[in-house]
Design a protein around this ligand. Structure first.
Ligand SMILES: CC(C)=CCC/C(C)=C/CC/C(C)=C/CC/C(C)=C/CC/C(C)=C/CC/C(C)=C/CC/C(C)=C/COP(=O)(O)OP(=O)(O)O
Ligand SMILES: O=P(O)(O)OC[C@@H](O)CO
Ligand SMILES: [Mg+2]
Length: 233
């Protein structure tokens, strides 16, 4: 299997174009030793606020990739692109509908070597993304495993994203996910707001993603980078 452009990341900060971030905070994040800045959000993402944030991150050496979550927010110039598909919803528009519309619009311009699908499994009912997509968040362990087998073995998705955005998730669920993640990279995000939680999640996920705490407690956000440094992938 070829080495993917996201294949070595252990830690990512996710920045939301719809939220304010000072230059000082951005500097601290971009020089923290994190592997990548992911730009993405599930609401209020526009072309303008995405370009603005991208150009601010571009002042640093660090890779900067976009999770495309709205048609408006598909902006050229990133190092890589993720296209999310929500696997645990019955609403097909969030599995392939919007993505096909996106391909109709931008298909010719997509840098395929640096573009990958992410199989999202959203497990926190209070997350904006869960409400937006009508995700079935109360999956039992065997249902989770079946979703991941579907994604990895049948759909051959390169990334599985266990999403608890807004709260720290069930690490036993994450452990089960890792057990069947096969050749896919397993991303985990949700409620990581300390070095200890970062370590716990990084025990099972290939890549941990830290989002909301950036905007409430920058020092705590920064402490999550060092916590993963000391672990093997
Ligand atoms: C040259 C050029 C134009 C380049 C662009 C190339 C490119 C790759 C284009 C893609 C075109 C395309 C396929 C577009 C489709 C876009 C689209 C609308 C896809 C649907 C995505 C989707 C399933 C969205 C649902 C929500 C979701 C899963 C978002 C992911 C991010 C996320 C969960 C962020 C967390 O959100 P947050 O706001 O922080 O949430 P909380 O409030 O809970 O914290
Ligand atoms: O914002 P938090 O809860 O850290 O979650 C990170 C990320 O998974 C959001 O998509
Ligand atoms: Mg958020």
């Amino acid at each position: 299997m070829r080495e993917e452009w996201f294949g070595k990341w252990r830690h990512a900060f996710k920045l939301d174009p719809d939220k304010e971030l000072s230059d000082e905070a951005l500097d601290a994040l971009c020089t923290s030793g994190t592997d990548v800045i992911i730009i993405g959000g599930s609401s209020g993402v526009t072309f303008e606020n995405t370009v603005d944030l991208m150009s601010r991150v571009r002042r640093y050496e660090l890779d900067c990739v976009l999770e495309v979550s709205t048609m408006d927010g598909a902006v050229p110039g990133f190092d890589g692109y993720f296209v999310p598909l929500v696997l645990n919803t019955q609403r097909s528009e969030w599995i392939i509908g919007k993505q096909i519309e996106g391909l109709q619009e931008y298909g010719t311009f997509i840098p395929w070597e640096e573009t990958a699908a992410q199989g999202y499994i959203i497990l926190n009912e209070a997350a904006t993304a869960a409400k937006l997509t009508g995700a079935k968040t109360d999956l039992q362990r065997d249902e989770l495993v079946a979703h991941i087998r579907m994604a990895v073995q049948l759909m051959r998705l390169p990334v599985i994203y266990i999403e608890y955005s807004g709260r720290f998730g069930d690490m036993e669920m994450l452990r089960s996910a890792r057990g069947v993640s096969g050749d896919a990279r397993l991303f985990y995000g949700g409620g990581i707001d300390s070095a200890q939680k970062a370590k716990q999640a990084a025990e099972w996920a290939h890549t941990i993603v830290v989002g909301n705490v950036i905007y409430t407690d920058l020092a705590a956000a920064l402490s999550t980078v060092v916590a993963v440094d000391s672990l093997q992938s």
